[in-house]
Design a protein around this ligand. Structure first.
Ligand SMILES: C[S@@+](CC[C@H](N)C(=O)[O-])C[C@H]1O[C@@H](n2cnc3c(N)ncnc32)[C@H](O)[C@@H]1O
Length: 199
């Protein structure tokens, strides 16, 4: 069973203290510190970006020459930074890639982060397939919009399907790694796949 977790914990408190919009920011910080995932000047797409903690840090990591395209079905009606563009869209909307392409002004993106998650029911048979549909949407968008040499950081829940997604990523990217950021809650089945150097 996938558990729901109490909202208050160390990272929630720390996020608040540091003025970050969400504890999710630390899941990006983790991969940034270990792998230098985002580079100055990168154009990065974040799917599932609200309330915005990851976008706040991504904006800093890519710097003023970079661009963060923050996509969420929930409206994000506030300016995170000058180099962040908010797009309110469902990732299943066929128009979503068109909207992201417009923000990219015809160029491809360097990186994609998918932190997409539906509200958990706690029923594995419901939550896992829903999460996998979100993963497929993220992979479709990445397939179309990430440049050669680019990378993705993708959230999933532990299930036998993770291996399948990992194998597919290995065909497309030179390096694929399973990551469990320290900010992932103790009993969560959340994991991330980091895929680098698109072939
Ligand atoms: C874990 S939260 C993301 C936290 C965020 N990365 C941050 O840094 O604050 C998951 C997000 O996925 C979004 N989401 C879920 N299904 C979606 C969909 N079909 N299209 C777009 N966004 C979706 C939710 O609205 C929610 O904001």
């Amino acid at each position: 069973m996938l558990r729901k977790h109490p909202s208050r914990d160390y990272y929630t408190t720390l996020a608040k203290k540091l003025g970050l919009f969400s504890r999710a920011a630390f899941k990006l910080q983790y991969v940034q510190r270990r792998y230098g995932f985002l580079k100055p000047g990168d154009k990065v797409i974040i799917l599932g970006s609200a309330p915005g903690g990851m976008a706040q840090l991504a904006a800093k990591y890519v710097g003023p020459q970079g661009l963060v395209i923050a996509v969420d079905v929930k409206p994000q009606n506030f300016k995170i930074a000058d180099n962040v563009v908010n797009i309110t869209s469902d990732v299943f909307d066929p128009e979503v890639t068109k909207k992201i392409k417009e923000a990219l002004k015809g160029e491809l993106a360097d990186k994609l982060i998918s932190d997409l998650a539906s509200n958990l029911t706690g029923i594995r048979e419901v939550d896992i397939p829903r999460q996998l549909e979100l993963v497929e949407a993220a992979l479709r968008i990445a397939g179309e919009l990430i440049r050669k040499g680019g990378g993705i950081y993708l959230k999933l829940f532990e299930s036998p399907e993770v291996k399948n997604v990992e194998d597919r990523l290995r065909l497309i990217f030179q390096k694929v790694k399973r990551i469990v950021p320290t900010a992932t809650r103790k009993h969560s089945s959340e994991i991330f796949l980091l895929a680098l150097n698109k072939k």
